[in-house]
Design a protein around this ligand. Structure first.
Ligand SMILES: [Zn+2]
Length: 132
């Protein structure tokens, strides 16, 4: 199982990820769209924060189930605890060293449809989108 090292921009927050990265996702929710986030999903046991826990801030919105972590010094989104799978993290793959996102397929996921605060949202999450 490969180990990846990750960090925010200023270097205060560092973390390691022990996981194969076989799929990346984008999300069209109002938050991920603004972050232009490209993420991989890992079980919480695969992610270890090595430094900067005290500088990690958390942003919550909508149902407040997902926890969107970012460095309070440089503002970079590092990872978030997922709403649909709270024992999993979505990790910002652009924070990882020695990882080329172009080598892994990207799947677009439906975030708008999960929202409860956006008027056009569906009441139930329809499940992940099919690839392609
Ligand atoms: Zn930082």
């Amino acid at each position: 199982m490969p180990t990846y090292r990750g960090s925010c921009h200023c270097g205060a927050v560092t973390f390691s990820l022990v996981s194969e990265i076989e799929e990346l996702t984008t999300c069209d929710c109002s938050l991920c769209r603004r972050k232009n986030a490209l993420m991989t999903k890992v079980h919480e046991s695969a992610l270890t924060v090595e430094s900067g826990t005290d500088l990690l801030s958390v942003y919550e919105w909508n149902t407040h189930r997902a926890k969107h972590f970012f460095c309070s010094r440089c503002g970079i989104y590092t990872f978030h605890r997922k709403r649909a799978a709270p024992d999993h993290f979505g990790v910002n793959v652009f924070c990882l060293e020695d990882f080329d996102p172009a080598t892994v397929p990207v799947r677009a996921t439906d975030g708008i449809g999960m929202s409860v605060v956006e008027p056009t949202a569906r009441s139930q999450w329809p499940g992940p989108r099919e690839a392609g």
